[in-house]
Design a protein around this ligand. Structure first.
Ligand code: SF4
Length: 540
């Protein structure tokens, strides 16, 4: 007798009514209040409009995520986001690792007004969360970098517009992420997206090398090259069919196995390419892999010339991605008064002002510094990213934003002048919104049982990176008490300074030449050793 599998809850809810068809309900809920929201809409469908319930759920507040394709905002758009934050979100805001903006403390009653204001300036939350194509990311320097191969922003926009509100792809097995990289640094993470497009120059012109099936989360997997090159004109059609393959073949029985990476693991690149070509109706051009450099610093911080003489871009660092409403309004003002009114958000949670005349650069930089967005920050501030954490995220096991800020301040004080690139992730749970597997030091929220009870701790991953030789960080056996991570990182950095082979050796090189057994011992030789190695609070 055939075994009938029980449909999981999310699949049932999506089948009964598509997530995109919940807009009218949202308007009604706004009139009637939080208590009127149906369970299925609250826990599933509202995500298709960027709304997630936040911690604590009893408060009736939501997180709201806004899509920002390629991270590009006009000053009017950023000012609008800032005003919305101040008025409706208690001035909260995060820059996400997908170049979007995330608010907290949103009441359902205010959502129609927020949507109307976003719509007025060409922004949307549609598809920002849920089992649908998420914000399409792109190079933060698209169109202004003298060394870029192609300005890929128009391609990002085409993909965004193709999938936005598209009912053909609004019930995918799971979320779906696309990135397009047109510059020579390849800083948008093509290795960890469902579709990663990597520009390279061929005799016939610039084409994209196609990567499919990457993703982080609790089970990380790098995407695979399909061994084909596609032209800029083919991009939307190819993305359309890859998304279709995922929609029709992805695992709908288990949420944990639903991402495209699991289908790719099952099929392999060759079968996937065959199916893609069958759907396209033609064979794709075979081609070699591009040379992607090892990248230690993709943050684009500081003042740098643009391709157009006389103009510069200015990258400023947030602290762990936090951006208040007031800061957004002020950045918009600076961009309008000192630059060309264009802003970009980066996948490393930083902010870039574009098109600033050279003579205005120092004034703009000073004004950014005045609102705590340093243009010449420490390597620790530049390189530290953090997810939402338990202040608002229901899945978080630990606090992250305050810990990241505390960690940065500690390192800036104790290691003044340290200037080697140093990338740290503070992530609240294994879901990896802050990419712990691809940073030099990745902290993942957890707990440790102590005689005093359960206390917050972090698991540690060391040595992850993208680019040449891409590798996930190695997972250590031990956990570290949350209050001890700053001392642990300080020890790691000091040992690096003492033991590196030469001034030229980077922290990334240093980690890469240690075995996992050696990595376990780094940073564990002082007062932190008790927390790291002792009893219940030690090796797990
Ligand atoms: Fe929440 Fe986990 Fe994502 Fe952090 S990584 S925002 S804790 S789901």
């Amino acid at each position: 007798m055939a075994v009938v599998k029980k449909e999981n809850k999310v699949e049932r809810v999506k089948r009964e009514r598509d997530g995109l068809d919940s807009l009218e309900s949202i308007i009604a809920y706004a009139r009637e209040g939080f208590q009127s929201i149906s369970e299925d809409d609250l826990t599933v469908r509202l995500r298709w409009y960027g709304l997630y319930t936040q911690r604590p759920e009893t408060d009736g507040y939501f997180m709201l995520r806004v899509k920002v394709p390629n991270g590009t905002l006009s000053s009017l758009q950023l000012e609008t986001l800032g005003r919305l934050s101040v008025r409706y979100a208690k001035s909260t805001g995060d820059v996400t690792t997908r170049q979007g903006i995330q608010f907290h403390n949103i009441r359902i009653e205010d959502v129609p007004s927020i949507f109307a204001e976003l719509n007025n300036v060409g922004l949307s939350t549609t598809g920002a969360c849920g089992d649908i194509t998420r914000n399409v990311t792109g190079c933060p320097l698209a169109g202004i970098d003298g060394a870029e191969l192609i300005n890929a922003e128009p391609i990002v926009e085409k993909i965004h517009n193709h999938f936005l509100g598209n009912h053909e792809f609004s019930n995918l097995p799971r979320k779906f992420k696309i990135t397009v990289s047109g510059c020579s640094l390849y800083c948008t993470g093509h290795e960890i997206n469902d579709i990663g497009l990597v520009a390279l120059r061929r005799p016939e012109g610039v084409v994209f090398d196609l990567w499919v099936g990457g993703g982080l989360g609790a089970k990380e997997r790098f995407g695979e090259r399909l061994g084909v090159h596609i032209s800029p004109e083919q991009v939307v059609e190819v993305a359309h069919h890859i998304c279709g393959i995922f929609r029709d073949n992805g695992n709908r029985d288990s949420r944990a196995l639903a991402r495209l990476k699991f289908l790719m693991a099952d099929w392999g690149a060759e079968r996937f390419r065959d199916e893609l070509e069958r759907r396209l109706g033609y064979q794709l051009t075979r081609g070699e892999a591009p040379k992607v450099p090892f990248s230690t610093n993709r943050a684009h911080i500081g003042i740098h010339p643009q391709n157009e003489p006389g103009l510069v871009y200015i990258g400023a660092s947030t602290t762990g991605g936090l951006l208040s409403g007031e800061q957004m309004i002020e950045i918009a003002k600076i961009a309008r008064e000192q630059g060309g009114s264009r802003i970009r958000l980066t996948p490393t949670q930083n902010v870039i002002l574009l098109d600033v005349p050279e003579q205005s650069a120092e004034i703009a930089a000073r004004r950014l510094e005045e609102i705590k967005l340093p243009v010449r920050p420490s390597t620790f501030r530049t390189g530290t990213i953090a997810c939402t954490g338990n202040q608002f995220c229901k899945l978080a096991l630990t606090e992250t934003k305050d810990r990241a800020a505390d960690l940065i301040e500690h390192l800036e004080t104790s290691l003044r002048g340290f200037d080697s690139p140093f990338r740290i992730s503070v992530t609240g749970c294994p879901n990896s919104c802050a990419h712990y597997q691809i940073c030099d030091i990745g902290f993942v929220g957890d707990f440790i049982n102590t005689p005093e009870g359960k206390v917050e701790a972090f698991r540690v991953y060391l040595g992850g990176h993208l680019g040449d030789g891409y590798a996930f960080g190695k997972k250590l056996k031990r956990k570290i008490l949350a209050g001890e991570i700053k001392l642990y990182v300080e020890r790691l950095a000091r040992e690096f300074l003492e033991k590196r082979r030469s001034e030229a050796e980077t922290f990334q090189d240093y980690l890469a030449r240690h075995t996992i057994e050696e990595l376990e011992t780094l940073g564990a030789e002082n007062s932190t050793a008790a927390a790291i190695n002792g009893g219940e609070a030690g090796l797990i």
